[in-house]
Design a protein. Structure first.
Length: 248
């Protein structure tokens, strides 16, 4: 899960706002099954998938830089971090890439030269996507297994995006729509970060989205010529989103 306001590799959603918490075991199992079923869809886009649970004994540091990052983290954060790296190595192996350590640049993962990738984790499950750079310029993925409070919508959606949430027939539908939009923006945020570097949006509000079949179309408000399509799919109690900027 990613910070809703600034670039980051993991944080509570909506700048620390309290989220609803489904049963972690059943939620993780349902999400894992749902994401695995997406593998043919992802492969059709040239994307490789990796998953790892936070309690996977194989989720260990693959080198000194990962060890240095992990040892400074509190245990829950460390488990998520190492599961994410494990999932990323599995995705890279399927994509034909190296399976070594994946260090950080700030809080962002540094994938090996010649490969694009993205990592997300929520509720004890880590998901990663990878692809050769010859096929994809940038990737972003996001797994969300916990809902967002509706009063956090103002830090996720601009006034031009609030209609589907504000006009929902009840709070449950509004919450589902907000979670979909949040996850889509998180995936787009990561893709734009890899694609645009210092020009990338610094907050979710700096990204504009509009619904399209199967997800959203996203663009930076300051650079409207850069567009990525984000696909959003159910994943257990939550959603899984991904965005890719293909080489054309």
């Amino acid at each position: 899960m990613r910070d809703a306001l600034t670039r980051g590799e993991a944080a509570d959603p909506a700048s620390g706002a309290r989220a609803t918490r489904p049963d972690p075991v059943s939620g993780r199992a349902g999400a894992e099954h749902a994401v695995l079923l997406l593998r043919p869809v992802l492969r059709a886009q040239g994307l490789s998938l990796g998953l790892a649970r936070a309690d996977d004994p194989r989720a260990r540091p693959a080198g000194p830089r990962e060890w240095e990052s992990a040892v400074a983290m509190p245990p829950p954060r460390r488990r998520d971090f190492l599961a994410g790296r494990c999932a990323a190595r599995r995705a890279l192996a399927e994509a034909g890439g190296p399976a070594g350590e994946i260090p950080r640049a700030g809080r962002r993962p540094l994938f090996p030269c010649g490969f694009a990738g993205s990592i997300s984790h929520s509720g004890g499950l880590a998901v990663a996507l990878a692809a050769p750079g010859a096929r994809v310029h940038a990737l972003g993925c996001d797994l969300e297994l916990r809902g967002l409070p509706l009063d956090s919508a103002h830090i996720v959606l601009g006034p031009d995006e609030r209609g589907p949430v504000d006009d929902a027939p009840d709070r449950a539908v509004a919450a589902r729509r907000l979670l979909r939009a949040f996850s889509a923006k998180e995936a787009a945020f990561k893709a734009f970060g890899a694609l645009l570097g210092e020009e990338a949006p610094a907050t979710l509000l700096a990204i504009a989205t509009r619904p399209v079949p199967g997800g959203f179309r996203a663009r930076p408000r300051s650079l409207p010529g850069h567009v990525v399509d984000v696909r959003v799919r159910p994943a257990g109690p939550g959603v899984f989103s991904w965005a890719a900027s293909p080489v054309v």
